[in-house]
Write a protein that binds this ligand. Structure first.
Ligand SMILES: Nc1ncnc2c1ncn2[C@@H]1O[C@H](COP(=O)(O)OP(=O)(O)OP(=O)(O)O)[C@@H](O)[C@H]1O
Ligand SMILES: [Mg+2]
Length: 294
């Protein structure tokens, strides 16, 4: 056990907001061999709340803890691929997640890309994936296709993170059927609570009809501005309503994140000692402490 305290002073937490002492999530031991990967979908039907940013940076932070991580770009916008330096719109269909999804005999090793971070791989997506919306709806078992693909990869990774698109269509249903857990990135604005209630209703439907094991592992407050009254008020309300469901780690708003998209790498390498990088490192430790990843 690492005796050194891992509390970072530059990371915002809900504990600080509530006047409590933040927990000290220690560096976990190495992942256990021989267990299948945990699959976690990052989902919020609201656009621009930090899903892609969180998928990339949580994934990168998990690799620093010795985890082998696969990211799945599951948005036809291809934002995750771009954030890792690949413009997937110039890739042929056969080299995107769409092909792996639709053809069970596809060689995934021809599709998986390595990022600049050791241990961080990804399945790229481009606009071709958008055509899957109708096909998946019409195929028998179409809701299980991503699960089928990921089942062939689970013994090679410790964690698989799926970056969902901001709609509740067939692709997102596929992600939620394939997932063990969901992380909900949420920007603390006035309508966020209303949106979250709708989202929770959708998760319950998926749970009841398609994936009884699905678990909300945590709501992640993103783009948080400590000095903005309504950010504080909304987060306080969410904490009152869902005290067990909110990650203690908060991701503050900083220009460093938009910058990472331009350079095409995670913040953990682009601005390694920044508060933003330390926030995702703390989130990675918190996720493991919650049992959300091994
Ligand atoms: N903590 C942050 N501080 C400042 N800007 C951020 C932060 N997190 C994300 N951003 C920026 O906000 C924008 C939206 O973020 P991101 O693409 O991660 O959201 P998203 O939920 O994946 O969006 P979409 O729904 O379109 O897929 C991006 O320009 C990103 O760089
Ligand atoms: Mg996105």
């Amino acid at each position: 056990m690492n005796a050194k305290s891992t509390i970072e002073e530059d990371v915002a937490t809900t504990a600080n907001l509530l006047g409590k002492t933040p927990k000290d999530f220690r560096v976990p031991s190495a992942p256990k061999d021989g267990l299948p990967a945990k699959v976690i979908a990052l989902f919020n039907q609201k656009g621009g709340v930090g899903k892609t940013t969180s998928t990339i940076n949580l994934g990168a932070a998990l690799t620093e803890l010795g985890r082998k991580v696969l990211l799945v770009d599951f948005d036809p916008q291809g934002g995750l691929s771009l954030g890792l330096g690949v413009n997937a719109h110039s890739l042929p269909l056969e080299q995107t997640v769409y092909y792996a999804l639709m053809d069970p005999s596809a060689d995934v090793d021809q599709i998986i890309l390595k990022s600049s971070v050791p241990g961080l791989d990804f399945l790229p997506a481009n606009r071709d994936l958008g055509t899957a919306e109708t096909t998946l709806g019409a195929e028998i078992g179409g809701q299980q296709f991503l699960k089928r693909t990921l089942n062939t990869l689970k013994d090679r990774y410790d964690v698989i993170l799926i970056d969902c698109q901001p709609t509740m269509g067939q692709l997102t249903i596929n992600a939620l059927v394939a997932a063990d857990e969901v992380i909900v990135p949420l920007q603390c604005e006035y309508f966020a609570l209303h949106g979250f209630i709708e989202l929770k209703g959708n998760l319950d439907k998926v749970k009841n009809f398609l994936n009884p094991q699905l678990k909300l592992i945590g709501i992640l407050a993103t783009m948080y501005e400590r000095k903005t009254v309504h950010n504080r008020e909304v987060l306080t309300t969410i904490l009152e309503k869902y005290p067990e469901d909110v990650f203690e780690t908060i991701i503050a708003k900083t220009i460093r994140f938009p910058e990472t998209t331009v350079v095409g790498e995670p913040i953990t390498t682009y601005a390694s000692s920044s508060g933003g990088a330390n926030s995702y490192r703390r989130l990675a430790r918190e996720l493991i402490a919650r049992g959300g990843a091994r």
